[in-house]
Ligand binder design. Structure first.
Ligand SMILES: Nc1ncnc2c1ncn2[C@@H]1O[C@H](COP(=O)(O)OP(=O)(O)OP(=O)(O)O)[C@@H](O)[C@H]1O
Length: 256
């Protein structure tokens, strides 16, 4: 069942299309990887999925309902961690998570247990009484991820979730998202890390200049370009080549 869907989603600034007629669906139990070069329209798309930006035209459906950024019910179905963590720096992590429990009106006992598990997983348990303002970049990213996952939402929307994380945290996040998908959650994730997209995603969308250039499973993307998946030890090179070809073939475009 589709729980996240866009229909001709478009954002225009003056005459410039940041996102143009983007259509995709994400089902329960699916991890959807969203790729694209810098400035392609990933964050703009995510901002429209989460109500931070009003689309110029087009629609977003979350859990079968047209998204209304003024509706609390619309927002209750998803958890979101932005590319830059947005935290209340004068709160401790524990106070911040309490705040999340209250605004989502979560069952206190169940949410506290889940918070403890997530803090343990991300090695933040010993930092829960520290001010968020004193956290390192990676710790802030992890706190933001914990907050997005705490309400146990049906839809998990993550913008560059591994950015700033150490290798152990990346591994734990990957395993956690895989488990969440197995539990029936829909995961929408933008990433620049092709290996993560390939290994974790059931389907991938590649956006460039605001338009979806490709959409499908890895095998479907490979077959569109007449490449053979997993044909050699150079899978990553294949995926890199595929990405570069789909987005214009110029490797310099993708360098950060
Ligand atoms: N408020 C704005 N006004 C005008 N143009 C904007 C605005 N916000 C974004 N853009 C433009 O829209 C395009 C898409 O930007 P967006 O942030 O969605 O890219 P992105 O794919 O997330 O890039 P990155 O991978 O670098 O984070 C860019 O050309 C950007 O300059």
């Amino acid at each position: 069942m589709n729980v996240l869907e866009t229909v001709n989603l478009t954002k225009k600034y003056g005459s410039f299309y940041a996102v143009k007629d983007v259509n995709f669906q994400v089902s329960s139990g699916e991890i959807f990887g969203f790729l694209g070069p810098n400035g392609a329209g990933k964050t703009t798309t995510i901002n429209m999925l989460t109500g931070l930006l009003q689309p110029t035209t087009g629609k977003v459906y979350l859990d079968g309902q047209q998204f209304d950024s003024r509706s609390v019910e619309s927002k209750r179905v998803f958890g979101y961690a932005p590319d830059e963590p947005v935290l209340y720096e004068k709160l401790t992590l524990s106070e911040f998570l309490d705040f999340i429990i209250r605004i989502y009106d979560l069952d206190y006992q169940a949410a506290t247990t889940r918070a403890e598990e997530l803090l343990e997983l991300f090695e933040l348990a010993n930092s829960s009484y520290k001010l968020l303002g004193s956290f390192s970049r990676g710790m802030k990213q992890k706190a933001s991820l914990v907050a997005s996952l705490l309400p146990d939402p049906k839809i998990i929307i993550l913008d560059e979730p591994t950015s700033g994380l150490d290798p152990r945290s990346v591994k734990r996040l990957k395993d956690l998202l895989t488990r969440e998908a197995q539990r029936g959650k829909a995961v929408f994730m933008s990433t620049h890390i092709l290996e993560i997209a390939e290994k974790m995603s059931h389907r991938i969308g590649i956006i460039q200049h605001g338009e979806l250039k490709a959409l499908g499973t890895m095998d479907e993307l490979y077959s569109q370009k007449n490449q053979t998946p997993h044909s050699s030890q150079e899978d990553e090179t294949n995926l890199e080549q595929l990405f570069l070809e789909l987005t214009g073939g110029d490797e310099h475009e993708y360098l950060e």
